[in-house]
Design a protein around this ligand. Structure first.
Ligand SMILES: N[C@@H](CCC(=O)N[C@@H](CS)C(=O)NCC(=O)O)C(=O)O
Length: 216
């Protein structure tokens, strides 16, 4: 059976689980504790030489990088989440790259410095927060404009690009990033958060974080 190695508070891991759920794929979810350094253990470094989650193992096939993983899963299932038609696929790739490079990286940087760094008592990089918030102010309006014109990120159909954006935005409340000003994106997000693929695996980011805080 497909194995997904990840963690509840990892957006890329959740992205993989959202996709597997949307595809109705059976899988085993194996939690890897970054706090305990399990990602640096010898057994895990055999799966990912840089010690990062998520990773999947599908029989004897090992794959890391969440976008590569979700494309593989959707491709294997011949799903409309990632259609074979070359132009449709190119547009999904375009938005997935945009989300990874301009949205997810900025959200991650703000989350790390506003939430995780103080918690693990590491120096907070205020400049990184400022830069991250600045990038979001520049790039989220592009997504908002796209969602003002389309039901989903690439048009009418729900695709991997929607899953990628949903996962990237998951920590915004915890990191106190205000996205309510983007009404179309908020409407799109609220609707998708009701869906089975999301609710089935998702421990609300804030809940999971609070639980970890009480264990720390
Ligand atoms: N680009 C990668 C990002 C993976 C990543 O940075 N994962 C984080 C958790 S969200 C991690 O494993 N951090 C542990 C480390 O870097 O030591 C993906 O999309 O899969």
């Amino acid at each position: 059976m497909l194995k997904i190695y990840g963690a509840d508070l990892s957006s890329p891991s959740n992205k993989v689980r959202f996709t597997a759920n949307a595809l109705r794929a059976e899988y085993e979810y194996i939690k890897v504790s970054l706090m305990k350094g399990e990602n640096r253990a010898e057994w895990f470094l055999k799966l990912h030489p840089a010690g990062k989650i998520p990773v999947i193992v599908d029989d004897d096939f090992i794959l890391f990088e969440s976008n590569a993983i979700i494309k593989y899963l959707a491709g294997k299932g011949k799903s409309t989440l990632y259609p074979e038609e070359i132009k449709k696929r190119a547009l999904i790739d375009q938005w997935m790259d945009f989300i990874a490079l301009h949205v997810n990286s900025a959200v991650s940087s703000v989350v790390y410095n506003r939430v995780f760094a103080p918690w693990i008592k590491t120096a907070v990089d205020e400049n990184a927060v400022k830069t991250g918030v600045g990038f979001l102010g520049k790039f989220l309006p592009v997504v908002e404009n796209q969602l003002a014109k389309n039901v989903h990120v690439t048009g009418e159909c729900f695709t991997l690009a929607d899953i990628a954006l949903l996962a990237a935005l998951d920590p915004v409340e915890v990191a106190e990033i205000d996205i309510k000003i983007y009404s179309n994106m908020t409407k799109w997000r609220d609707k998708l958060k009701q869906k089975d693929f999301y609710t089935r695996c998702h421990k609300d980011y804030a809940d999971a974080l609070n639980k970890m805080r009480t264990l720390a």
